[in-house]
Ligand binder design. Structure first.
Ligand code: ZN
Ligand code: CA
Length: 369
């Protein structure tokens, strides 16, 4: 039987254990203790050392009791700010909120609580299960930094579930874009704006002329790009020697991201150089796409699980990255599941107890197959 009281108490204990990105030491210790009591080792990797954080990513391996495809379940341990001194409040409406001065941290501790409760039910009822791997990542909120450093060759699973989508349980994210961060830099030449402007090369003007040649916004149904920040110049009376633009490009198709990025880069560099400046374009690939077909086993298994609970499975697309993006990029089929957390990254964040309960049930049904 699902123990709702134990689930809610564990959830509250987890959210009241502060773990702002980089400061995951306390929750790491809590999880190590929790699994040690159940005879399981928690393996911590070096991500914490590399990133200068308190904790690395945690991996827990559970041996099978029946044959079946190994399954990975993943959630992140860190939270955004303000995430210190969180106090959870249970309302008469069976909704858990913070006191209003912090986030709640149901992103992503609803997932952790549900996973731990599901595992306790498996132990208590001796439920059959294939080999399972639980991955708890750090610094997800800082750009998926923990999962990017995890060595996925350590895993057996080829089917994976990240529990980190804010839609309701039953939602299965099968599509999300890949993204490049792109920085455009113009190097011009400074000169006095009134005395000898002809000796200068105005980086702001060159950047403007280049940007005017470039696409921005929606490119096609799969693809978008943006210029988000522009900085340049030193003073009103100096010909601007430098200008930097920070932007991005996203697409659900890798070829489209690559070709758009290449054309943005070429247009920028060519335009600036034709006008006598020097240009530089720095590209960082932030995360790969999720592009799963509805009939893939990872999707179908989650859809079957949802139906068994009377939930209509909803296959969804999102516009941003998650640990599921990184896992897919490592050749492991991975969906992101809706867990029902609401207003995340705000002090109005909340989660319904009924959704926490459904999360546990969904995990159990996925394991059941
Ligand atoms: Zn999250
Ligand atoms: Ca988040």
């Amino acid at each position: 039987m699902l123990n709702e009281k134990r689930l809610v108490e564990l959830f509250i204990q987890l959210v009241e254990t502060d773990s702002v990105s980089g400061h995951e030491g306390k929750i790491r210790d809590l999880l190590k203790g929790h699994f040690a009591l159940r005879g399981l080792e928690v393996e911590e990797d070096k991500a914490g050392e590399i990133l200068g954080g308190q904790s690395g990513n945690l991996l827990v391996r559970v041996a099978d009791s029946v044959e079946g495809p190994p399954l990975l379940f993943a959630a992140h341990m860190d939270t955004v700010k303000p995430g210190e001194g969180i106090k959870a409040v249970i309302g008469d409406d069976r909704i858990i909120r913070s006191q209003g001065d912090t986030i709640l941290g149901s992103d992503d501790k609803s997932a952790i609580a549900a996973l731990l409760e599901a595992y306790d039910i498996i132990l208590e009822q001796d439920l059959p299960h294939p080999p399972m791997e639980f991955l708890f990542t750090v610094q997800e909120e800082q750009g998926l930094k923990g999962s990017k450093l995890f060595d996925f060759s350590r895993l057996q699973a080829r089917i994976a579930y990240v529990l980190d989508d804010n839609n309701d349980p039953g939602t299965i994210v099968i599509k999300s874009p890949c993204q490049n961060e792109i920085e455009y830099v113009v190097h011009g030449r400074a000169a006095h704006a009134g005395m000898n402007p002809e000796d200068g090369i105005n980086a702001i003007q060159l950047a403007a002329m280049a940007l005017a040649q470039m696409p921005c916004g929606r490119i096609d149904e799969d693809t978008t790009c943006n210029f988000g920040v522009i900085k340049g110049g030193l003073a009103r009376n100096i010909v601007a020697p430098e200008c930097r633009v920070r932007g991005e490009a996203r697409s659900s198709k890798r070829e489209k991201l690559d070709s758009l990025t290449a054309s943005l880069k070429a247009t920028f560099i060519n335009t600036v150089e034709d006008l006598g400046g020097k240009a530089e374009v720095n590209i960082e690939f932030l995360y790969p796409e999720i592009a799963l077909a509805p009939d893939e086993e990872v999707v179908q298994r989650a859809a079957r699980a949802a139906r068994k609970l009377g939930l209509e499975p909803r296959l969804a697309a999102t516009g941003g990255g998650s640990d599921a993006s990184i896992i897919n990029g490592q050749g492991i089929a991975c969906v992101n599941l809706g867990v029902g957390m609401k207003n995340v990254h705000t002090t109005d964040e909340y989660v319904e107890i009924d959704h926490l309960v459904q999360d546990v049930q969904l995990i159990l049904k996925i394991i059941e197959g």
